[in-house]
Design a protein around this ligand. Structure first.
Ligand code: ZN
Length: 410
């Protein structure tokens, strides 16, 4: 996103501050913040990865003396050492200000009753939803996750008007409410859903069954938490609060910035964070910058709904295959199931991509269907594949979608 002299000045100040902490003191040992005079200099700075932060456990990320830390959160790692993020009083306040702005963008007011189901505690950030609600002056209902029966009785008795949840939990609640035929006792008008990749089908079901308007809320523990961006009524991406952070979209493989509007990985630099400032932090979330201005008039740039994780994408023949786009593509072809496998091989100096898909059409019609799939894959994804139809249930089922793409080239 646009780099200005003011942002550069904030970045230099942020870097000077970050170097007071043990982590960046070492990581940026050879880097002088005063040398960052323009965007090109900035783009030469190394990225910060979550793996790097693990080495700072427990409090090596703190750029302030411990007595200035008022709270810590921790981001969950799949394995190994967690990452502890320290917050100062100002960080906690700034986060609440950003979250209040999220609620306001979604049209939530102090007259609303906000039903908060994300977890509270070290690992999660229900408290962010809560602090923003309180700053707004709305009634926060700090449910936390689980105990669906209690959720529904509190929701009907207190007449909750706003639901904060993950997409999967919102869907679960929606299903229960539909099953019990109690939709007329539900007063929800809006739902703020923690942004992850979720399909349109799921989105429509939640909106219809709960009778709500949905907003995507973005965030990650390393950068405050949820609430650093949200979609507005125009549903054309999430506004990012760029007065608190500088956002870049990079090619995850080369590390270079992509052209405006192209998809890539979101990289965030905090501008005012005191406890644990981060410079060029790789989120591994894939998105793109939305072009132009939003009809809502907010002056904050937008990123698109998340496409997936950069750890899941594969580059082949100059194009990128995102699992989410293959999901969407297959959903648009009649007679094809959602299960697939992609094999990428390097043969005779060329990359070859084979797409196995499941179908229930008769065996003698499969070749025709494979032709259709091949042609539409080329049109939609931009890559020529060898399409091979197999019967329903022939492909192995796996819990991790990322294992559907097998890159055998290296
Ligand atoms: Zn907008």
């Amino acid at each position: 996103m646009d780099m200005t002299d003011n942002i550069l000045a904030d970045i230099r100040e942020n870097m000077r501050h970050a170097k007071r902490g043990a982590f960046y003191c070492k990581y940026f040992a050879d880097i002088d913040p005063d040398d960052i005079k323009n965007d090109d200099d900035f783009q030469k700075l190394p990225f910060t990865e979550k793996e790097d932060l693990r080495g700072a456990y427990p409090l090596g990320l703190a750029a302030v003396p411990e007595e200035k830390i008022v709270r810590v959160h921790s981001s969950s790692g799949t394995t190994g050492t967690p990452v502890i993020i320290p917050y100062t009083k100002r960080d906690v306040e700034d986060w609440a200000v950003m979250f209040k702005r999220c609620y306001e963008t979604a049209g939530v007011t102090k007259h609303d009753k906000i039903h908060i189901t994300p977890g509270y505690g070290l690992w999660t950030a229900g408290i962010g939803f809560q602090a923003g609600a309180e700053l707004l002056g709305a009634m926060a209902i700090p449910m936390g996750p689980g105990n669906t029966d209690k959720q529904i009785s509190i929701m009907t008795d207190l007449k909750s008007t706003v639901l904060c949840a993950t997409s999967s939990y919102a869907l679960l609640l929606a299903e229960k409410i539909t099953q019990r035929e109690i939709k007329d006792r539900i007063h929800l008008k809006k739902a703020l859903i923690g942004s992850e990749r979720w399909g349109d089908k799921m989105r429509r079901r939640i909106a219809d069954e709960l009778g709500v308007r949905l907003y995507d809320i973005y965030g990650l523990t390393e950068i405050y938490g949820p609430g650093i961006g949200i979609s507005c009524d125009h549903e054309c991406g999430m506004h990012m609060w760029t007065d608190y952070m500088y956002c870049e979209i990079i090619d995850p493989k080369s590390g270079r910035r992509v052209k405006p509007g192209d998809a890539g990985e979101l990289v965030i630099t905090t501008l005012h964070k005191e406890g644990a400032p981060l410079i060029r932090y790789r989120t591994h979330d894939l998105t793109r910058e939305m072009p132009g201005e939003c009809p809502c008039g907010l002056p904050y740039p937008r990123i698109d709904t998340l496409i997936g994780r950069s750890d899941d994408m594969v580059k082949v023949k100059g194009a990128i295959i995102y699992p989410s786009r293959v999901d969407e593509f297959l959903a648009s072809v009649d007679g094809v199931s959602s299960e697939y496998q992609i094999m990428i091989d390097h043969l005779n100096g060329k990359d070859m991509v084979t797409l196995f898909f499941e179908t229930d059409v008769a065996i003698d019609e499969r070749e025709n269907l494979a032709h259709t799939v091949k042609d539409s894959f080329k049109t939609t994804i931009g890559i020529t594949v060898i399409a091979k139809a197999v019967g329903m249930g022939d492909l192995p089922r796996s819990e991790k979608k990322s294992t559907r793409i097998f890159d055998n080239r290296y």
